[in-house]
Ligand binder design. Structure first.
Ligand SMILES: *Cc1c(COP(=O)(O)O)cnc(C)c1O
Length: 376
C-alpha cells in the first residue's frame, strides 16, 4: 500500500546514525556507560530519583509488578482499553487482573468510580494508563490508593514528557513504565524505562533485570569485580548501548517533537468542530504527550466503511484499542467481564495519523479525507 499519509513515522536524522556509529566504534555493545548516561538523563528529565533502562515496556511492567511484591493470590486493577501488555505483565506474576471501565467520550482513561468498584480484599495495586499521554486524575487515584493501602503503577508508554500539575507522568505512582517501541514518542526500536523514587524498588528492579546477579559484565570487564553471586530469580531484561545511544538523541528531541504533536492535535480539533465526531480529551488537565489522535465516530457511520474510505484516500488509520477483555484468551480466563462504556466507545474509535514530521499539507489532506468520509 502506497500511503499518502501513514499513521506514524520516525523522527530520525543523521544524529541517530552518528550516535549508533559511535557505539560501534567503542566496541562495547551491551549495557554500559551509554546506558548509564541515558538512565541519568531520563531520570532528570522526568524528575525521578531512579531510572532503569530495560528491553521494552512490557518487561518494565513485569518488573514493576514483581518489585511491588505482586504474585499468586493478588489482584491488580487495570483498564481494558489499552495495549494487551498492561494486563499480561500482571498475569506473568501469577496474580489476576480486574478490569475497570473508562469514563466516557470526553476521557478514555479509567473512571475513578469504576476503579473503586473493583477493589477487593485481594487487591494489591492499580495500573493506570495515561491514554495517548493525557493524564489520569492522579491526585484522586493516589488518595483512593492510600485509603486502601494499594500501590500504583503508571503505564506511561504514551506519556514521556507529559505532566499534571507540573509533575511528570510516571512519577506520581510507586513506579512508572515507558516504552521506546518504534511508533512511540521516543523511539529506539525496542526499549523501555522504569522510573521510581523508591530505593527499594530500584534496587530490586536492577537485580531482576540481569538474572539476580550481584555484579554487571561491565564491572568485571573493567576489573572492578571478578565473580558474582545470584541472589534472586532474575531475567535478562537488559537494553543495549546501541538503543541507549538512540534514546539519548531521541530524548533531546522529545520536547520539540511533543510540541509539534500538540500543534497538529489542536489543528485537528479545530478542523472537526461543528461535525458530529467525538473528540476525546479536549478539556483534559495537564500537559499531554499527544501520542495518538483518537476520534469517535457517530453511530450513524459504520467504522469499517469509514476506514475503507480513508484508505481509498491514501490515509492510514488504526484502532486503539480492541479492548483486552474481548480477546479470546481473556474471554476464556475472565468470561463474565462486562465493561459497557469501554465496549461502546472502543467500537466507535478510530486513530488518525499523528507524528512530528507531518507537514501542514499532510494534516490538511487528513482533514479533507475525514470531512469527505463522514459526509454520507
Ligand atoms: C506500547 C505499549 C506497551 C508495551 O510497550 P513495549 O515497549 O512494546 O513492550 C504497553 N502499554 C501501552 C499502553 C503501550 O502503548
Amino acid at each position: 500500500m502506497n500511503w499518502r499519509v501513514t499513521l506514524s513515522d520516525l523522527n530520525y536524522g543523521p544524529e541517530e546514525e552518528q550516535a549508533v556509529l559511535e557505539v560501534l566504534h567503542s566496541r562495547w555493545l551491551t549495557m554500559g556507560s551509554v546506558t548509564q548516561k541515558f538512565e541519568r538523563r531520563f531520570a532528570d528529565f522526568v524528575g525521578a530519583k531512579h531510572a532503569v533502562a530495560v528491553s521494552n515496556a512490557t518487561v518494565a511492567l513485569h518488573l514493576a509488578n514483581l518489585a511491588l511484591g505482586i504474585g499468586p493470590g493478588d489482584e491488580v486493577i487495570v483498564p481494558s482499553l489499552t495495549f494487551v501488555a498492561t494486563a499480561n505483565a500482571v498475569l506473568y506474576t501469577g496474580a489476576e487482573v480486574r478490569f475497570a471501565d473508562i469514563l466516557g467520550p470526553e476521557s478514555l482513561n479509567m473512571a475513578l468510580t469504576s476503579i473503586e468498584a473493583q477493589i477487593t480484599p485481594r487487591t494489591k495495586a492499580i495500573v493506570v494508563v495515561h491514554y495517548a499521554g493525557y493524564p489520569c486524575p492522579m491526585p484522586a487515584i493516589t488518595a483512593l490508593a492510600e485509603q486502601h493501602g494499594l500501590a500504583i503503577i503508571e503505564d506511561a508508554a504514551h506519556a514521556p514528557g507529559a505532566s499534571l500539575q507540573r509533575r511528570a507522568l510516571g512519577t506520581w505512582g510507586d513506579v512508572g513504565c515507558f516504552s521506546f517501541f518504534s511508533n512511540k514518542n521516543l523511539a529506539t526500536g525496542e526499549g523501555g524505562m522504569l522510573v521510581t523514587n523508591r530505593d527499594d524498588v530500584a534496587a530490586k528492579v536492577r537485580l531482576l533485570r540481569s538474572h539476580g546477579m550481584t555484579t554487571m559484565t561491565l564491572d568485571r570487564h573493567q576489573g572492578h569485580a571478578y565473580s558474582y553471586d545470584v541472589v534472586d530469580l532474575g531475567y535478562n531484561y537488559r537494553i543495549d548501548e546501541l538503543r541507549s545511544a538512540l534514546g539519548l538523541v531521541q530524548l533531546s528531541k522529545l520536547p520539540a517533537s511533543n510540541a509539534r504533536r500538540q500543534a497538529i492535535t489542536e489543528a485537528y480539533w479545530q478542523a472537526f468542530q461543528g461535525t458530529d465526531l467525538g473528540l476525546p480529551f479536549q478539556n483534559a488537565s495537564g500537559e499531554s504527550a499527544h501520542h495518538i489522535f483518537p476520534i469517535l465516530l457517530p453511530e450513524r457511520l459504520e467504522r469499517r466503511a469509514f476506514i475503507d474510505r480513508m484508505r481509498a484516500a491514501g490515509i492510514q488509520t488504526s484502532i486503539h484499542y480492541p479492548p483486552i477483555h474481548t480477546f479470546s484468551y481473556y474471554r476464556q480466563r475472565y468470561p463474565s467481564v462486562a465493561l459497557p462504556v469501554t465496549e461502546e466507545i472502543a467500537a466507535r474509535e478510530v486513530t488518525l495519523p499523528l507524528y512530528p514530521g507531518m507537514t501542514d499539507e499532510m494534516v490538511a489532506l487528513v482533514v479533507e479525507a475525514v470531512l469527505a468520509s463522514i459526509k454520507l
